[in-house]
Write a protein that binds this ligand. Structure first.
Ligand code: ZN
Length: 264
């Protein structure tokens, strides 16, 4: 449960996640600021404050602040905190997702009235019509497809030349994760898969995805790339891979697992 503390004391101690447009402010040592609230020396009062959880025993707070533009280089994407470990990355992911939720639910989507934060749970409520909203989470499937000692990797039109990853796609309404995996693979590269095995999940705050990972066996079909999504896709030998996502990402972990399965 989230606690909301709208009036922090100047000497309040904590870890501070100051968020502005999906980015997080780091101190001069390139880490999350930790200490008294006053020492942050914000140029303007935070517009909203939320308790996010604990980090290394300290309370961690989200401060939404649109004016605190200090050195531009001190604002980073949560992606740059991936290498700092799961605990810090998850807290950063939560901070930017909660900030986005609060910014995009100021007015009711049903009647247009102003909404307010519920005091005992993380939700926005319209007091006029009763419409209640929770932070949006978009589930996404990642599928590592194996055929003998080869893996199917694709390059989407968002990736630079030479960089390949396993297939990914969003789950549609009233669809299971498994159905989404089979459909996305068929749509994006035209092949059929079978024997889906769940690997794990990872929050992915760009802007509010939850990645779920699977390994699957190739079941048939030739590669035919979906023109709007996939630039190229190939079967790569697991001991001669191109540039792929790092191990901090679920995609990277799935590719690593496929190498182990193939004994590479
Ligand atoms: Zn309403």
């Amino acid at each position: 449960m989230i606690k909301h503390s709208m009036a922090l004391k100047a000497n309040q101690h904590g870890t501070w996640l100051v968020v502005n447009r999906g980015r997080i402010w780091l101190n001069a040592e390139r880490s999350l600021p930790n200490g008294a609230f006053d020492d942050l020396a914000l140029s303007a009062e935070p517009e909203q404050i939320c308790w996010l959880g604990k980090l290394a025993g300290h309370d961690a707070y989200l401060l939404i602040n649109h004016d605190h533009i200090a050195d531009e280089t001190q604002w980073v994407s949560p992606r740059e905190l991936l290498a700092e470990g799961e605990e810090i990355f998850q807290l950063a992911a939560r901070a930017v997702q909660v900030a986005l939720f609060l910014q995009t639910h100021r007015f009711c989507g049903q009647c247009g009235s102003a909404m307010h934060l519920v005091h005992w749970e993380l939700a926005m409520l319209c007091s006029k019509c009763g419409h209640r909203c929770y932070p949006r989470i978009a589930p996404c499937v990642l599928v590592g497809i194996i055929k003998d000692d080869k893996v199917l990797l694709a390059r989407s039109n968002r990736h630079r030349p030479g960089f390949f990853s396993i297939l990914a796609g969003f789950v549609e309404s009233a669809e299971t994760l498994e159905q989404a995996a089979v459909r996305e693979v068929k749509e994006e590269v035209g092949v059929d898969i079978c024997n889906l095995r769940y690997v794990g999940s990872q929050p992915w705050p760009f802007p509010h995805s939850l990645m779920t990972g699977f390994i699957a066996d190739y079941a048939g079909g030739d590669i035919v790339c979906q023109p709007q999504e996939i630039e190229e896709a190939h079967w790569f030998s697991l001991d001669a891979l191109p540039e792929v996502p790092p191990l901090e990402t679920l995609s990277g972990q799935i590719i690593h697992q496929l190498q182990q399965i193939a004994g590479k």
